[in-house]
Design a protein around this ligand. Structure first.
Ligand SMILES: [Zn+2]
Length: 440
């Protein structure tokens, strides 16, 4: 716990103090006071790791107050507050917005993604794109009602814009946010399997398997399908994080980024009508997926025209000691259900957007029959996750069985980089997507 301080902010403060010490003999004593104020304004507003010029203010807050909200694995971060209305205006008008990463300015080339119409109706807008003129760059931004969330990637370094879900004490409406990069992460806790997905469930129901296989063969893998996903949560997450809706929209956006390339549009239907019931059920912690199904049976999914049900759970669940679960494509009673843990976990999994998106995408992947890297008894021998080596470290595609901080929001694919002919979860998803889209 002691090591967890905003070192960057601290060292900046030190630098500012040193400058003031040098300056004092030069200027008059009476000027040193006003000089101090000016320095704190100037220095804290311009040098966050990730910022948007004068649309960002830096904050230095009592560590104890924010400690509970920022995972211990993030060794360096900057606390910031954004001028959300202005940033929203820029983005919605299609005006160019400059982002500064480690002091370097970049122009973002962004387009709004319009798949999540419910979020847009609530005033939450998501954008994808790249940094102008920067190869291998990627930008995902969600401008919500309370916070700005984002992930900017340059050549496998990830920059994150996150929320503490706490109000900023200096302004009435803004939320306190933090920014950090993947270089600032030192995983803490044990590495755990994400879930205990059944190795192969083909044998469980041969008849259902044969029917699905037939439907797969009839489907066109090049077609684009819409898979409507009922996204439910509980009172716990809604209470813990008043900006949960912004986060949920960002998670769905992250999933869509790769699913879209496979011809799958994930269209969420947000449902909080049973949040209290989920939270009141004592089974929600040790049996998250089946308890979710209890309140959202197939008949309920059908009534909402939802193919799948996804539970974003606010509890540190002890189901299989994992952080997610799904029935899997071939398991008839649960094939339409998935659960991802939003709460922090004693393992390396943290309650940050990236980790949550990895597990959510992983569980949705199982609904399309995407399998782990180790999948004995698989009929589809190509259906495996992949690990690749880049910039002196290993990265894993999203179906990797263990939760890794280096997991990449990408399904394995036969492209010679994210996979090969024997590691191609993407192929499996294009085969099954027509079946999943026809659940309702
Ligand atoms: Zn899994």
């Amino acid at each position: 716990m002691n090591g967890k301080i905003g070192l960057r902010a601290f060292s900046m403060l030190l630098a500012v103090m040193l400058v003031s010490v040098v300056l004092v003999p030069v200027v008059s004593a009476s000027a040193s006071n006003s000089g101090g104020e000016q320095m704190s304004n100037r220095s804290v507003s311009e040098k966050a790791l990730v910022h948007f010029g004068d649309l960002t203010e830096m904050r230095i807050v009592d560590e104890r107050a924010v400690n509970v909200k920022i995972p211990f694995s993030i060794k360096n971060y900057d606390l910031v507050v954004f001028d959300l209305p202005k940033i929203r205006e820029y983005l919605l008008h299609g005006d160019q917005l400059t982002v500064y990463l480690e002091g370097q300015p970049y122009t973002m080339d962004l387009q709004e993604t319009t798949i999540d119409t419910e979020a847009i109706a609530k005033g939450i807008h998501s954008f994808t794109g790249s940094l102008a003129g920067v190869e291998d760059s990627q930008v995902l931004l969600t401008v919500g009602n309370k916070v700005l969330l984002g992930r900017i990637v340059i050549d496998y370094t990830e920059y994150f814009i996150e929320s503490t879900s706490m109000q900023d004490s200096k302004s009435s409406s803004a939320f306190l946010q933090y920014v950090y990069s993947s270089k600032d992460i030192v995983p803490e806790g044990d590495t755990i399997p994400i879930d205990s997905h059944l190795l192969s469930t083909h044998a469980i129901d041969e008849k259902a398997y044969a029917l699905k296989k037939m439907l797969e063969e009839q489907a066109d893998p090049r077609a684009t399908v819409t898979v409507r996903v009922l996204v439910a949560t509980d009172s716990k997450w809604m209470t813990d994080e008043p900006d949960w809706q912004d986060t949920a929209a960002a998670i769905i956006q992250y999933c869509n980024y790769d699913f879209n390339t496979l011809g799958v549009n994930i269209v969420p239907i947000y449902d909080t009508s049973k949040a209290q019931q989920l939270s009141s059920d004592p089974q929600i912690i040790n049996s998250s997926l089946s308890t979710f199904k209890k309140y959202f049976p197939e008949s309920y999914l059908n009534s909402k025209s939802a193919d799948l049900g996804l539970y974003l759970g606010g509890y540190d669940s002890i189901e299989f000691e994992g952080v997610g679960s799904s029935g899997g494509y071939d398991f008839p009673s649960l094939c339409r259900y998935a659960w991802a843990q939003m709460a922090d976990d004693p393992s390396t999994y943290d309650a940050v957007l990236k980790d949550r998106a990895v597990v959510t995408m992983h569980e949705l992947g199982h609904a399309f029959d995407a399998a782990h890297e180790y999948a004995p008894n698989q009929t589809e021998t190509y259906n495996r996750a992949y690990q690749f080596y880049e910039h002196n470290r290993y990265y894993q595609t999203v179906m990797w069985g263990c939760f890794m901080k280096t997991a990449w929001l990408q399904f394995s694919a036969n492209d010679g980089f994210y996979g090969d002919a024997n590691h191609d979860n993407s192929r499996r998803i294009t085969e099954t997507k027509g079946v999943v889209a026809s659940y309702c």
